[in-house]
Write a protein of this length. Sequence first.
Length: 277
Amino acid sequence: MKRRTFMAAAAALGAAFLTGCGSSASTAASSTVASSAAAASSGAASASAAGTDKKWIITTDTAFMPFEYTDESGNFVGIDVDILAAIAEDQGFEYELQAIGWDGAVAAVQSGQADAIIAGASITDERKENGWIFSDGYYTAKQTIAVAKDSTISSWEDLKGKNAAVKNGTTGADYADSLKDQYGFTVTKFEDSPTMYQDVLTGNSFACFDDEPVMAANIKQHDLGLKIPDGFANEGSPYGLAIMDEKNQSFLDLFNAGLADIKANGTYDEILAKYLG
């Protein structure tokens, strides 16, 4: 969506962390990749003095299909999950992936309880100004709208006087907010995507804003009665893994080196094909 707005105010951090962790941390997916599995990789040798001797704590969202979500078999999967695993294998580092929800994931990194976040987070100047340090971009997502299957909305002007649904703290929400005054529509913000989609399906909102691949995946996976009309997408922005503590720059370097490797050897394309077709 990411995607999403990183909270900067210190007072908001504690509340957001408690909110994000309270309901989902107990059921969060956790993944650990042993560094020994990749000790013989070409990247491991060069990076051994730059962070492979530490288990990195990485946070993520609980449900942001197709980037991170629980599949029908109960496995925590997704593009972010597989990219991180592939990079860890390539570079020879160990990590623990904690799926604790977006707000909790952000707050854990900000408070120093985690080292990095990978959760479809869009790289923006505003976030950099707020202290976030990003990896190289690993996927570029456009923000757009979804409407009911029988909707006749075909232009921004058609939204005048209507309401749009967004997920709070996302780049989809930012996109809607940037256009609402120009085109005369209102915005209602929700805490999660299912509630946002439901608001459109029930007719309370005439459109919802989110990242295009995320909405496409959810519409297909859950057979939602929604469609993505042409002509509403923006130029998009890249997703990146993010840290806040400069002491974790060595991990960012590992991630960037591994990302370059998996792009070069074809693993990256295989991961995208697996989830996006």
